[in-house]
Design a protein around this ligand. Sequence first.
Ligand code: DAH
Length: 337
Amino acid sequence: MDIKKIKEQSFGKLDEIKNLNELERFRIKYLGRKGIITAILRSLKDLSIKEKKYIGRAANLLKEKLEEAMKEKIKKISAQDEVRQERQNDRIDITAPGIKLPQGHLHPITQVLRQVEEIFQSMGFKIIEGPDIETEYYNFDALNIPDEHPARDAWDTFWLKTKPEKLLRTHTSPMQIRYMEENNPPLRIIVPGRVFRYEATDSSHSHTFYQIEGLMVDKNLPTGRQGVNVANFKAVIEEFFNRLFSKDIKARLRPGYFPFTEPSFEVDIKGGRFKKWLEIMGAGMVHPNVFKAAGYNPANWQGFAFGLGLDRIAMMKYGIDDIRLFYKGDLRFLNQF
Ligand code: DAH
């Protein structure tokens, strides 16, 4: 056969080769012991000197070229194999079992808040929220705590360098005014939220904590019987603690002082796992000046208000002895709830 033809044919075939098996078969066909080119080289001895020289050189050259091309081919094939292997490795096994993601949960304060909200909601209280940054007017003046009055000392305040000067609310009580300004009685609301005190921290004090304000207002009945009275407050708050802690909790009211209520009470509870009277919250009948500040006529309306520390409640519920734990974000603590 004509060497030129063999050359064309072999290079053509080599081009189409896709794997090492095919390549090996190709090698055997052309360069193996019984291969086409090997046969030509073996037959040289039967040729004339002139032909020997001419054909010999051409056949040897082709042999060399083919060997070189085969080496290249091997490189190419193994590079392709590598890519294929990589793709294989990257393939997603949709039947493999999934990886379980760690799931978080609500902060203990939030968990207790949800329970508190549910109990009050079931007694017809709406849940209202208010701003953390307050004006002096809503935080103090409108609540019957005028400037220069010593009662202000009861609330160590973070003042902000704003103009006009604002503050971080020291209690949730300002929302009594804000809500009454915008809504007509009768009303029942609770206002949960963060409050701030410029105080040194210890196991029972934090500069930031949560309060729940309560307010219930209804008509002052013309018969002289009051629409919303102290007995109503006591019933509501006992029902609340019974539902939150256990069935047999009693509330006790002691005289107290708050500028925005008259009379004012300190409320203690006892019962269930609380063997001794525990001071738990402040409350009272809404002061006429507070109604006036909100635009209600105090002759027509009567109501009770209360302020409850949510952190304290959560600490009692879970037996936590340091309020600061709530605000550290330490997972060893949080994961226990
Ligand atoms: N605002 C009071 C405080 O932060 C708590 C309080 C007491 C709220 C009596 C009330 C109330 O509504 O009637 O210390």
